[in-house]
Design a protein around this ligand. Structure first.
Ligand SMILES: Nc1ncnc2c1ncn2[C@@H]1O[C@H](COP(=O)(O)OP(=O)(O)OP(=O)(O)O)[C@@H](O)[C@H]1O
Length: 247
């Protein structure tokens, strides 16, 4: 496991980063109420890396994650995701980018009137290349991989918290995105389910070669990361405990 700042390997020098932030600032509000939430963020993340972003409440993790996901507009500095510059990006460019990112949020956002399989299938329907494929079979296959082969026709209300989160993982990964962004995916889970969920993400990421950026307060899962990024007061910083542990 490495700590931020990263040591760029020679292999990575040849690659385009999946995420590249340079001098990124972000502000909320206007006029006198304008408040800076992110300060001079510089970060490069490469294909296949699992990055955990951690830090105190209010330090700017979700703001940065939603910027990276094209869910809010980048205002100042540069943010390139999968080669697309997000500062000044058009709505169409953002929409296209969002189709290539898998999202997993704490409140898993499953559609309650759709079954597990239909929830997963929804993610495939966004992609033209899957429209002439057997989307039900692909969705079932992913649900089997996450251990829900016996629950494909269940509605979210009849699944446990861990099972719902696994449906959300299946939905995020079924279209084989190059980038998965996860915000507190284990927050609502007990220790064992939380561990199972992140190990599953780790396994699937390795198999599919995708990059995972995971925001968490959950210290129990830090060991799955290739690299830990720590945020404090809107800035990337060295993690105090982890630095001490590494010394
Ligand atoms: N929509 C918004 N309008 C105004 N200020 C906001 C908005 N969203 C976030 N902020 C502010 O930006 C700062 C960073 O918030 P953010 O939610 O990114 O932190 P966080 O590290 O994700 O926190 P938590 O761990 O509690 O989720 C905070 O001071 C917060 O109050």
């Amino acid at each position: 496991m490495r700590l931020q700042p990263s040591v760029t390997t020679s292999k990575q020098l040849l690659e385009q980063p999946v995420i590249l932030a340079q001098h990124l600032n972000h502000y909320f509000g206007e006029g006198d109420l304008r408040k800076q939430a992110l300060y001079d963020i510089n970060l490069d993340i490469y294909a296949g890396e699992i990055i955990i972003m951690t830090g105190p409440s209010g330090s700017g993790k979700t703001t940065l994650l939603t910027l990276m996901g094209g869910l809010r507009s980048a205002q100042e500095g540069s943010l390139k995701i999968l080669g697309q510059e997000l500062n000044d990006a058009t709505k169409q460019q953002l929409t296209k980018l969002r189709c290539n990112i898998g999202y997993i949020f704490q409140a898993h956002n499953l559609v309650t009137f759709l079954t597990a399989k239909q929830n997963v299938r929804m993610a495939l329907e966004l992609h033209e290349q899957y429209l002439d494929q057997d989307m039900d079979a692909l969705s079932t296959e992913l649900l089997e991989i996450v251990g829900l082969g016996q629950r494909v026709d269940y509605y979210p209300d009849s699944l446990s918290g861990g099972q719902k989160q696994r449906v959300a993982i299946a939905r995020a990964l079924v279209s084989r995105p190059k980038l998965v962004l996860a915000d507190e995916p284990t927050a609502a889970l007990d220790k064992k389910s939380g561990r199972d969920v992140v190990e599953l993400m780790q396994k699937l990421a390795a198999e599919q070669g995708c990059t995972i950026l995971l925001v968490t307060h959950d210290n129990r899962i830090l060991d799955i990361a290739d690299r830990i990024v720590y945020m404090e007061d809107g800035r990337l910083a060295d993690h105090p405990d982890l630095v001490a542990a590494a010394e």
